[in-house]
Design a protein around this ligand. Structure first.
Ligand code: FES
Length: 318
């Protein structure tokens, strides 16, 4: 896998449990360009790769900036970034990838929950630079958990960003119904944050008349998926006809890797979309947060890192 060597040139505490990292090419050159909504895979430690959205202005080529929330249930990703990565370190990252692209529109709404602010901050900078209209609403548990407040307030677009603290006064809390009612139905919505926040925004927007295709979302970290109800099934590789039994306690990715069939994988939580595989026959049991309901209903692709099968057999385009 091709990676970029980058140097950590700045590590800054941005809010409670949130640290940002400024990364520059270790050879001092320009970095590959990126568009708002992009992320990089960061090789935190051997065998630990995590996705972090870029949150600096997308016209910048001399640096990337990411921000990392310490997850108390960290399996090595956020804790490794907080505790083991220091200024001056050289780390490996992927080139930027984008599953959450901002499409051109005269006006958009950006809705951030917690650390989900990172791709949206990049979008705010892109919208401001292009002169397009937007409003951003950034919700956090408390003001102390809301990152980049001073930077946003001092920016040219500061008046378009509204902060909402869960533990703050009632009048500053996000009134989603009011916000949606004040915007034309179908105004593109970009939402990023934990699953509960995204579900809340999506349900509210649907009730207010938005179509799913007008709501763009990126989950930040998957809730632990229960596999208590998992059962065994088979997958067949269409290219060879070979079948593999997937027991209840293993993922499709694990079984295929044991058998020498490699599917690219990254988050292993159904969040990033790296492992997407086409399904030619059979019905997947979708357990990812990557696809929307319409995409799930098509049943023509799935995420083998976490999704399973409702049918006894899935034929995969591998
Ligand atoms: Fe990220 Fe499967 S590896 S969705």
């Amino acid at each position: 896998m091709n990676t970029l060597s980058v140097k950590v040139t700045k590590k800054t505490v941005e809010a409670r449990d949130i640290v940002s990292f400024e990364l520059m090419a270790s050879d001092g050159g320009d970095l590959p360009s990126f568009a708002a909504g992009a992320h990089v895979d960061v090789h935190v430690a051997p065998g630990i790769v995590r996705q972090y959205s870029l949150c600096n202005a997308p016209h910048e080529r001399h640096r990337y900036r990411i921000a990392v929330l310490r997850d108390p249930a960290s399996r090595g990703g956020s804790a490794g970034m907080h505790d083991a990565v220091a200024e001056g370190d050289v780390i490996q990252i992927s080139a930027p990838k984008n599953h959450f692209a901002l499409t051109a529109a005269p006006r958009v709404l950006l809705l951030a929950g917690g650390i989900g602010v990172t791709p949206l901050l990049c979008m705010a900078q892109a919208m401001a630079a292009s002169g397009a209209d937007f409003d951003m609403h950034y919700c956090g548990r408390s003001l102390s958990s809301i990152a980049f407040q001073a930077e946003i307030a001092a920016s040219a677009y500061g008046d378009k960003v509204h902060f909402h603290a869960d533990d703050g006064a009632a009048e500053q809390k996000l009134d989603i119904q009011r916000l949606l009612a004040a915007n034309a139905v179908g105004t593109p919505l970009y939402v990023c944050g934990p699953g509960g926040f995204i579900d809340f925004v999506m349900q509210s927007a649907r009730q207010a008349g938005w179509e799913d295709s007008q709501i763009h979302r990126e989950y930040f970290g998957a809730a632990a998926v229960s596999n208590a109800d998992a059962h065994a099934f088979e997958v067949q590789a269409a290219s060879t006809g070979k079948r593999y039994r997937i027991p209840a306690d293993k993922s499709v990715i694990e079984v295929l890797a044991e058998q020498g069939v490699e599917i690219p994988v990254s988050c292993e939580q159904g969040v990033c979309g790296t492992c997407i595989t086409r399904v030619l026959e059979g019905v997947p049991d979708h357990r990812d947060m990557y696809f929307n309901d319409e995409e799930h209903a098509r049943n023509d692709q799935f995420t083998p890192c976490c999704s399973r099968a409702k049918s006894a057999l899935l034929v995969l385009d591998i």
